[in-house]
Ligand binder design. Sequence first.
Ligand code: AMP
Length: 738
Amino acid sequence: MQGRMQDWPLTVDRILDHAASWHGDREIVSRSVEGPIVRTTYGEVHKRAKRVSNVLKALGVVQGDRVATLAWNTARHLETWYGIMGIGAVCHTLNPRLFAEQLVYIINHAEDKVLFTDMTFLPILNQIRSQIPTVKHIIVFAGTDRMTDEVPGALCYEALVEESSENCVWGGFDENMPAGLCYTSGTTGNPKGVLYSHRSNFLHTLVTMGADVLGIGACDTVLPVVPMFHANAWGVAFSAPAVGAKLVMPGQKLDGASIHELLETEQVTFSAAVPTVWQMLLNHLRETKGTLSTLKRVVIGGSAVPEAIVRAFRDEYGVSVTHAWGMTETSPLGTQATPNHIIAAMSAEDQLKYQLKQGRPPLAIDLKLEDDDGKLLPRDGHTFGKLMVKGPFVVGEYFRGDGGDILDKDGFFDTGDVATLDSNGFMQITDRSKDVIKSGGEWISSIEIENIAAGHPKADLAAVIGVFHPKWDERPLLLVKLKAGVEATKEEFLKFLEGKIAKWWTPDDVVFVDDIPLGATGKIDKKLIRQRMADYVLPTGAAAAAAATVTKALAAPPEPRIYAPESLVEAPAPVAFPDLEPTPAPETDLASLPSPEGLTAADFRSASPPAHQAKRAWLGSYLNFALGLALVPASIILGVAAFTQLGVISNVRGLGLNLLHLAPLMAQASLVTAALGVIGALVAGFRRHGMRALLILALAFATVGFFAWASQVLSRPAAAVVQPAEVRLDLTAPQANR
Ligand code: AMP
């Protein structure tokens, strides 16, 4: 038996239908790419979105086809989204901050059929046009007056919309049909596609509308600074129309001054962005003595929010901060740090501790922590473990099955984050699993140190990475980008950390840099930092070498520039895309495209592994050789014993004789190589190589011991039982028998 309620597929076109029907006059304000502020309404956007659907149908787009957008947050982008999804096609948002070759990879992998673009991105599209053959049509968000022929054959958006009818039936398909496609930033291997369904997006919208999650309502004015190409603008492009909130779309101008202007003139009450955007806004407010007269709440996520930002919003501007965690794979919201009744009763300072955590899961999200062996870890607030997540808007499989089976036996997805859970259900990210610093077998959170260091009044940005250490395997290194015109010493920063972190977490060194690179979604690009610091040696290792190599490493980018993640970017600014090793070699013209850090894509591929990794790899090869050398005489012993038992020793006598002459010498040599292996392991990391080196040494000892014993036994007449008379040998002095 089934329930007796209506069958009402949860498809996202119904969200804009609802907004047009019940909040049709509510405004959508955009800072257009052309410059002027443009005003429209949900009612208008709904009509134009239907026209977009008809444009797509006329171009041959059918259900399931992928249609890409390369665009800033504007009303045009919003109507295109709904126009695509309404007819069952898949809206594939492209991140313009990727390298051209990454865009080519993603577009070809998705097999996008039509591509909508802002004029800003015409130069890059012109460059890659010949490499994206599946794209049959490029449609430029422009009026006929602005249309250019920069990309040959491109179509004019406004002309197409104008010519199309606004009569189009949306929906009518299964709610599990795909609605959107967004590629992960590919921190390991190629980027992978997350294919959202209508149902998953709809459920995500309902959940995020909750008072404890985004908590927006019809009276709010919402400014999503987070781009629609970054995990669905954290769902705001769905939840704002769902509740009938006024939407303010910032276009491409995301610098502090431009955002502040919109916040004030449009009387924004709610906004969402990554920490670096808010840092830019706060800097602007301080410089201009600006105020925030209507803003009540900001959601901050994408990376951990520094305490200084929460305090500044709270104490200087009366704005409350909701810290949230999520990922492309979770649609994206997974947790939010809104207080429960226990935390709400605490003092403001105690509440702050919880606000700085990533928070608790809303309905439909389940979390667990596991150790490397899959053992469930306690919610005690201090035990670190792998963060696993499960729910109806969490990825079940990547597009085209990339990456294989990605869920554990209970259906949980491994986020790649390392976290703690406390008794209030608050999760705190301590690191990405690949960034956690493993020092003497214990884990150090790089994020925790860098967040505290970033709060130093002289710091603009801070990053912490693990660097090879001969004794501890890895030790933390703090990199600091100072505020403009400020000077500081290493000691000042170490002193600042004192008492705020465990003593043994204190970085072994502090290096001041001109630039801390950020990745395509605005997060500190630790992979690039590690590459830049590949030759760096901690002072605790070799002081003199360090001084020389740091200078070299920091001089690597010719003109270091910070790439502000959500900041004003007039032209597409490709940034380092982590781990693209498996992609084919780039075309020459693309390889020469500079990244904002002044490096080319080819530089990233050819970057040599860190020095300590090379050292470890060398020791691994050496130990393989030592093992081989130790195994040969041992195998000869076993072989001769076996052949003697089988009575075939005389048949292989010639071979056996030669080998038996050589075996004792090899055994003695293997003793020396094995001993060197143990010394090597002591230098390059005993925890990693020590056991193997000791086993090889034991094998070599046993073999030499056997030969010593055998030579004694065989020198007696009775030994003839073991060796036939003519094979009687003095095993400790092979030359004497030749
Ligand atoms: P993306 O899929 O590009 O949005 O990246 C998701 C990753 O960003 C997560 O797995 C986390 O490592 C990181 N992340 C997102 N939100 C936060 C946060 N509030 N604090 C720390 N890390 C975060």
